[in-house]
Design a protein around this ligand. Structure first.
Ligand code: C2E
Ligand code: MG
Ligand code: MG
Length: 759
């Protein structure tokens, strides 16, 4: 079973969907976050690219500087060698040594040595006049030997010093080799750079990776070989292979790798174009982005904080919205009087239920307390409200659990029910049970009242039909109930609409018809059974409309009863009757009592008889000529019993007679005769429809006996056969009224037939 909550969200078709909004906002927030990350990643890539480009620029410049510097040294050495050619001709060793010593200072060689072919040599001196190295060792070096063959050489020794050698010529022949040695420190200053805030480290290696000049003993150069031994990371292995290939083919390039210290480094290699030497330069990978990373991180923190604050704000807004919604819910869907559903909630719940409702399974019922105004007037609004609340409670107790039934108070004393019931008989039965329980007034301190209800129902054939329309149909059915308190639940059907239309038409015509005397009084004689003569008449109204023709009381009396117009009509008929009697009196015709029907609606005004008495005295109608017929239903209205009793006394005081009409048509009780001081009893025609059985005859006989005993005259209504007349005569019934003698006829006809024709 579907469980319903008394919550706005259960009824509401939201203009905007909360879940969707939360989803949408979350998506926006996630997108903003993802975009920020992507942006940062792109920034990182761009920075890496810039770092590499910058590194390439810087290292190629540096390698050019180094190459130029080495070439300069070679040129300087070659120029010194050229100058030495003259000395070597004179062979003055001291001169040569002095020359070399001077030159070694200006050209920053330490030392400078001149070798001759025979293995002899002259070296520069240090400041204290000593020779620093062991020159004979140099003689065996391949580069020196190569210079004896005429080539200019630059080579290295043990990664510590650079060794330059150029040939010296005499008469165009190589006579010796001039060697210049650059110390480790000298070379280190050559490759040390102030770029990248001093974080850049360079060294010169040959194409096999052997260090020619290492500028420092610091990391990461100590692990330089490790780079080439790294076998773990495939990407690095591929990079290293590429590097080895590039170096073998004298190309420059860049390699990214992670040092053993986990530091990310960028290594650039540039050929020096001197021997197979390369300049290797290493910088930390984040050298450019390092400062920026911090800003990126800060940006992330700011974005995350913004998102968090925004989310908290949204959360607060939703909480506020929910709290506000609950308040609205109270206002919009809860009836403050009963604490239950109101009409809006009823409609919303029906719409929800109708989504999976089977056709022809439910009905919408409307209940309206008759004369609830009287409860308010008699007991006050507080008790009135408590009574409504009590009614709602009892109705709710009758809802079947698990069947999705619900009840709501519509407006004032109207209650709507949605019941899982489709068969009219079963529905009537359930409603009777409910109303019976309401009138039991169990478990309440409220005054015990006899509440009657107008009941209208609409059987739901098509669950898709709009609930407001179904409610309207139930209302139409309810309106068709009229004023009869015994009326059971009325069901809506198309004929009701026709009837409603007709009633609206008749209502619209009423005033005009009263003014233009379209209402006519007909009289139906009451024949005395002992005298077999006219002993009275009943005035019955006919509506003879010029366009609509004759309209019968059954079509308009209940309508005018329900809207109160009947009082006006009764006064009209009463006046017409008085005028007729007045005329008979003036014409010297015999006067017989004439009864007029009096609607129960008059009893709402405690002084209503004053008006009737005023009219009657205006026509100087003698006492006991005018009679009021009260239908038996009025005697069951507990709220009016007292008023009716007093009115009957007042009628007698004013000279009117009073009869109890339609006795036996409903829940007649002999007690009525004892309670109410009526002059005659009109036995309803239903008594005589089936008189064949002895029991029926006995009942009639008993009634007539009792009436006679109480000095109440009996009139049998609706008598159509002489057989009935003869039976009633044997029963000592006083009068007979029915088609057997005459149908109701216009007053002039009545006069002619019954009054003027009398002997
Ligand atoms: P009612 O007061 O019981 O009137 C008797 C009804 O029985 C009349 O119907 C009459 O025409 C009909 N009737 C008389 N004899 C026979 C018969 O032998 N057989 C049959 N089948 N019917 C017979 P009517 O005139 O249609 O009036 C219907 C009801 O309308 C009346 O019942 C009365 O309650 C109400 N009514 C009529 N005129 C007035 C009026 O001026 N004021 C009020 N308040 N009610 C009126
Ligand atoms: Mg009557
Ligand atoms: Mg009657």
């Amino acid at each position: 079973m579907k469980k319903y909550k008394d919550s706005i969200s259960d009824y509401e078709k939201p203009i905007f969907n909360r879940e969707w909004n939360i989803g949408f906002l979350s998506l926006v927030l996630i997108s903003v976050f993802a975009l920020s990350i992507w942006n940062a990643a792109m920034l990182q890539i761009e920075l890496d690219k810039s770092t590499q480009e910058y590194l390439t620029d810087v290292t190629s410049q540096l390698s050019r500087d180094i190459r130029d510097s080495i070439n300069n040294k070679i040129t300087n050495l070659a120029m010194a060698a050229d100058s030495l050619s003259q000395f070597t001709e004179s062979r003055d060793t001291d001169d040569i040594s002095g020359f070399l010593t001077r030159k070694s200072r200006t050209l920053e060689f330490d030392p400078m040595i001149l070798f001759d072919r025979k293995g002899g040599f002259v070296s520069s001196h240090t400041d204290d006049g000593k020779t620093r190295s062991h020159p004979r060792d140099f003689l065996k070096l391949p580069s020196v030997q190569s210079s004896f063959r005429g080539s200019i050489q630059a080579s290295y020794m043990g990664g510590e010093s650079i060794f330059y050698s150029v040939p010296t010529y005499i008469n165009g022949k190589v006579e010796g080799v001039l060697v210049g040695v650059r110390s480790k420190e000298n070379m280190q200053s050559l490759i040390s750079s102030k770029s990248f805030s001093g974080q850049m480290l360079s060294c010169i290696v040959d194409s096999r990776g052997q260090v020619v000049i290492a500028p420092t003993d610091l990391k990461p150069f100590l692990q330089l070989d490790d780079i080439f031994k790294n076998k773990e990371n495939e990407e690095v292995i591929a990079g290293i292979q590429q590097m080895q290939m590039d170096m073998a083919e004298n190309r420059d390039g860049v390699l990214k790798f992670t040092a053993v210290t986990k530091e990310k480094l960028v290594l650039s290699y540039n050929p020096l174009n001197i021997n197979d030497w390369f300049l290797l330069t290493i910088i930390p990978a984040d050298i450019i982005s390092h400062g920026l990373n911090q800003y990126i991180l800060q940006t992330f923190v700011i974005i995350a904080a913004t998102i968090l604050i925004f989310s908290l704000f949204l959360f607060a807004v939703f909480r506020f919205y929910n709290a506000h919604k609950r308040q609205l819910e109270q206002v919009a869907y809860i009836d403050p009087l009963t604490g239950g559903l109101n009409n809006a909630a009823f409609q919303a719940r029906y719409r929800e239920l109708s989504k999976d409702m089977e056709p022809c399974s439910y009905s919408i019922v409307l209940l309206n307390v008759r004369g609830f105004k009287m409860v308010n007037e008699q007991y006050g609004t507080r008790i009135g409200n408590q009574t409504l609340s009590y009614i709602y409670r009892v109705l709710k107790l009758h809802l079947r659990e698990g069947q999705d039934e619900f009840a709501a108070r519509g407006e004032s004393d109207h209650f709507f029910l949605c019941l899982k019931e489709y068969r009219p008989a079963a529905l009537r039965c359930r409603l009777n049970d409910m109303l019976h329980d309401i009138n039991a007034f169990h478990d309440t301190d409220l005054p015990v009242l006899s509440l009657s209800f107008k009941q209208g129902a609409c059987l739901v054939n098509d669950p898709g039909q709009e609930i407001t329309q179904l409610q309207d149909h139930a209302r139409i059915a309810l309106q068709s109930c009229g004023t009869d308190i015994r009326h059971e639940c009325a069901f809506y059907d198309e004929s009701l609409i026709q009837r409603l239309k007709m009633e609206q038409e008749l209502n619209a015509l009423f005033e005009d018809s009263i003014e233009n005397r379209h209402f006519q009084v007909y009289l139906q004689p009451k024949i005395g059974l002992k005298s077999s003569r006219l002993e009275g008449a009943e005035a019955l109204v006919r509506w003879n409309h010029p366009e609509k023709g004759i309209i019968f009381p059954s079509d308009f009396i209940p309508l005018f009863e329900s809207n109160g117009k009947i009082c006006r009509l009764d006064l009209y008929v009463f006046t017409e009757v008085c005028a007729a009697i007045d005329r008979w009196r003036q014409e010297g015709l015999p006067l017989v009592p004439v009864s007029v029907n009096l609607s129960r609606q008059h009893f709402r005004d405690p002084r209503f008889l004053d008006t009737f008495a005023g009219i009657a005295s205006g026509f100087k109608i003698p006492d006991k000529i005018l009679e009021f017929e009260l239908t038996e239903s009025i005697f069951f209205d507990t709220q009016q019993i007292k008023a009716v009793k007093e009115a009957i006394q007042e009628m007698h005081r004013l000279g009117f007679l009073c009869s109890l009409d339609d006795f036996g048509s409903g829940f007649s009780s002999l007690g009525l005769l004892k309670e109410f001081d009526v002059d005659s009893l009109k036995l309803d025609r239903s008594f005589f429809l089936n008189m064949t059985g002895q029991k029926a005859k006995d009942v009639i006989s008993c009634l007539i006996d009792l009436s006679r005993h109480l000095k109440v005259k009996t009139v049998a209504e609706g008598i159509e056969s002489m057989e009935q007349v003869e039976f009633l005569r044997t029963m000592d019934c006083d009068m007979v009224q029915g088609y057997v003698f005459s149908a109701p006829i216009p007053v002039n006809k009545f006069e002619k037939r019954y009054l003027k024709a009398r002997p």
